[in-house]
Design a protein around this ligand. Structure first.
Ligand code: ME8
Length: 521
C-alpha cells in the first residue's frame, strides 16, 4: 500500500472540462459549485475524496479561435485555462487536480486507451463524409441537420452551424455496442440521472448507433493517433479520457488508481450523449470498469433567456460574487434550482434568497439567540436543564438532517438537502418564538438557559451541514458557537456530540447581512 492511500473509502468526482476558447460564465460556475459542494460534503463525511476539474484544450474550435486572435493555440489555452482556474478560486471550488488535456500524463493515457480499443478490434481506417459542427465538436447525420433561410446548414438539436467534411478518418465500432449499452442501462438504472434525461439517452441508443469518426487530418492541434501521425484524435476521445488520466491510468498499480471507477461525472445536459453513450462504449472496448454515475444538470437562463454574447446578457461569475458575496451565490444556485432541471435566475430571486433564507431564517435566529447568551449567560454555552418534549422534538429533527442530507447528496439533489435544513430552521424559529426566552429571562432564567442551549445546538448542527455549500459563512457561524476548528469537531461525525455547557463564546457578529440595493446606481 502506498503512503498516500488511507483507510477512508475513496470517492472520485469530476466536472466536465471546460473549453478554454472563451471565459467561463455563470453556467460553468454552477457546475463547479455543485461539484465542489459534493466534494466538501464527502470529505466532511469521512471519504477520501478526489475532485477533478480542468480544461479541454485540443480540437478545431480552439485552433480556430487562436487563429482569429492571431496567437498560437498553446498561447490561447495557457491564458484561458488560467482564467478558468481563477473562476474556480473565485467561487471557492476546492479541486484536488486541475487537469489540462495538454498535460504530459494525459497524452500517455489517451494514446493507451486508443491502443486498447484498437487491440480489441474496434478501430478501423475509412473515409468520413458528413456534417461537422465545430462549435459542438460533434458529427451529425443528414437528418439531424437542416438548411436554413440564411443558406447555411445547422444542427437541429443545438442550432450550431455544420460544415460538410470529407477526410480519411479512423472509426470506432460504436454500432457494436448498442446491445451492451442497453444492457448496462437496464442493469444500472442509476447509471445516469435525472431519469427523464437518461431516457433521452436510452431512446437515442435504441434508435440505432453508427460507427463514430474518431480522428481528424485537417488540423493538428490534438493528440497524435498512435502509429499514424497524420491523424489527431477526435477531441471527444481525448477529452473523455481525462477522467482516466486523473486516476493514474495507465498505471493501474499506482495508489491513485484506487479512485477508479469514478463515483460520479457531473456534466451539463448538452453533453449527456458523450458521457452516457460514447464514454461507456470506449471503456467497454478497452476492458476498463465503467464510472458509476453520470449526473446531468440543467442549464441556467438569464430571466428565461439563453445567455449569449450577441444578446449581451452573459453573466461573469466575478460580477455576482462582487455583488452578493460568494457564499450567497453558492447558496442561491444550489437552493433555487432543482438540480438536473433548467433554472432561471434574476437579481430579485437572489436577493429574495439572501434576505429571507439567509438573513432572516438563519442569520437572525443566530444573532438573537447568541446576543441573549452574551448578555444573560456570561457569554458561555448555557447549562440546559431537563429537556421538554418541545426541546427533544426540535433536536431530533436537527439530528435527523444528516441522514436526509446524505440521501440527497447521494443522488446530487442539493436543493433537497438545503430545503430540509431550512424546514428545520423554520421549525426552530417557531420554537424560539413560542418559548419566548426573552420573557423567561425574568420569569424562569433556568428554562431560558435550556431554550437557548437547544437553539444553539440546532444552529451547530445546521452550521456543520451547510459547510459544503457556504464554507466561509459556516466557519464563522461555528466560530461564534464556540465549535473548535480542530480534532474533527467540524466533521459530520461530530453531529452526534453536543455543545459543551460552559464553553466561552466570542462576541456574536452578524454573518448573513441583508442585501441592500446600492445607493446612487
Ligand atoms: O462541453 N448552464 O465544454 P464547455 C449550465 N469541453 N451549464 C452550462 C451552461 C449553462 N448555461 N453552458 C455550459 C464542453 N454549461 C466540453 C466538455 S468533458 C470530457 C468535455 C456546462 O466549456 C456544459 O454543459 O462547452 C458542460 O458540462 C460544461 O459547462 C463545460 O462546457
Amino acid at each position: 500500500m502506498s503512503t498516500t492511500s488511507s483507510d477512508k473509502p475513496p470517492f472520485y468526482l469530476t466536472t466536465a472540462i471546460t473549453y478554454p476558447n472563451g471565459v467561463p460564465h455563470i453556467g460553468h460556475a454552477y457546475e463547479y459549485i455543485s461539484a465542489d459542494a459534493l466534494a466538501r460534503f464527502k470529505r466532511l463525511d469521512g471519504f477520501d475524496v478526489f475532485y477533478m476539474t480542468g480544461t479541454d484544450e485540443h480540437g478545431l474550435k480552439v485552433q480556430q479561435t487562436a487563429e482569429k486572435e492571431g496567437i498560437s493555440p498553446k498561447q490561447l489555452v495557457d491564458r484561458n485555462s488560467a482564467a478558468i482556474r481563477e473562476v474556480h478560486h473565485l467561487v471557492n471550488s476546492s479541486f484536488d487536480r486541475f487537469i489540462r488535456t495538454t498535460d504530459a500524463d494525459h497524452k500517455v493515457a489517451a494514446q493507451e486507451l486508443w491502443r486498447r480499443m484498437e487491440a480489441n478490434g474496434d478501430i478501423y481506417l475509412d473515409k468520413y463524409a458528413g456534417w461537422y459542427s465545430v462549435r459542438d465538436e460533434a458529427f451529425y447525420n443528414d437528418d439531424e441537420t437542416e438548411l436554413r433561410e440564411d443558406g447555411l446548414r445547422y444542427s437541429k438539436e443545438t442550432d450550431t452551424e455544420v460544415t460538410w467534411t470529407e477526410e480519411e478518418s479512423y472509426f470506432f465500432r460504436l454500432s457494436q455496442y448498442q446491445e451492451k449499452l442497453l444492457e448496462l442501462y437496464q442493469s444500472q438504472p442509476e447509471f445516469a440521472a435525472p431519469r427523464y434525461r437518461f431516457n433521452e439517452v436510452i431512446s437515442f441508443v435504441k434508435s440505432g448507433l453508427q460507427d463514430l469518426s474518431i480522428s481528424r487530418t485537417s488540423f493538428d492541434w490534438g493528440i497524435p493517433v498512435p502509429g499514424n501521425d497524420k491523424h489527431v484524435m477526435y477531441v471527444w476521445v481525448d477529452a473523455l479520457t481525462n477522467y482516466l488520466t486523473g486516476a493514474g491510468f495507465p498505471d493501474t498499480d499506482s495508489a491513485q488508481w484506487r479512485f477508479w471507477p469514478a463515483d460520479v461525472h457531473i456534466i451539463g445536459k448538452d453533453i449527456s450523449r458523450f458521457h452516457a453513450v460514447f464514454w461507456p462504449a470506449f471503456l467497454m472496448s478497452a476492458g476498463i470498469e465503467l464510472p458509476k454515475r453520470v449526473m446531468i444538470h440543467g442549464f441556467l437562463f438569464n430571466n428565461g433567456v439563453k445567455m449569449s454574447k450577441s444578446i449581451g446578457n452573459v453573466v461573469a461569475p466575478a460580477d455576482w460574487v462582487a455583488s452578493y458575496g460568494r457564499d450567497a451565490v453558492r447558496f442561491f444556485m444550489l437552493r433555487e434550482f432543482s438540480y438536473g432541471q433548467d433554472g432561471n435566475y434574476s437579481h430579485d430571486a437572489i436577493v429574495g434568497r439572501m434576505n429571507s433564507d439567509l438573513a432572516n431564517n438563519l442569520g437572525n435566529l443566530a444573532q438573537r439567540s447568541l446576543s441573549m447568551v452574551a448578555k444573560n449567560c456570561e457569554a458561555q454555552v448555557p447549562q440546559p436543564g431537563e429537556l421538554t418534549e418541545a426541546d427533544q422534538a426540535i433536536l431530533a429533527q436537527a439530528r435527523a438532517l444528516l441522514e436526509t442530507n446524505r440521501a440527497a447528496y447521494q443522488v446530487q439533489e442539493f436543493h433537497r438537502a438545503l430545503e430540509a435544513i431550512w424546514t428545520v430552521l423554520g421549525e426552530t424559529n417557531a420554537y424560539f418564538a413560542e418559548q419566548a426566552p426573552w420573557v423567561l429571562r425574568k420569569t424562569d432564567p433556568a428554562r431560558m438557559a435550556t431554550v437557548l442551549y437547544v437553539t444553539l445546538e440546532v444552529l451547530r448542527i445546521v452550521a456543520l451541514l451547510i459547510q459544503p455549500v457556504m464554507p466561509e459563512s459556516a466557519a464563522k457561524l461555528l466560530d461564534v458557537l464556540g465549535v473548535s476548528a480542530q480534532h474533527g469537531a467540524r466533521d459530520f461525525s461530530a453531529i452526534d456530540s453536543a455543545l459543551q455547557p460552559g464553553t466561552a463564546l466570542p462576541a456574536p457578529q452578524p454573518i448573513f447581512p441583508r442585501y441592500e440595493e446600492p445607493t446612487g446606481s
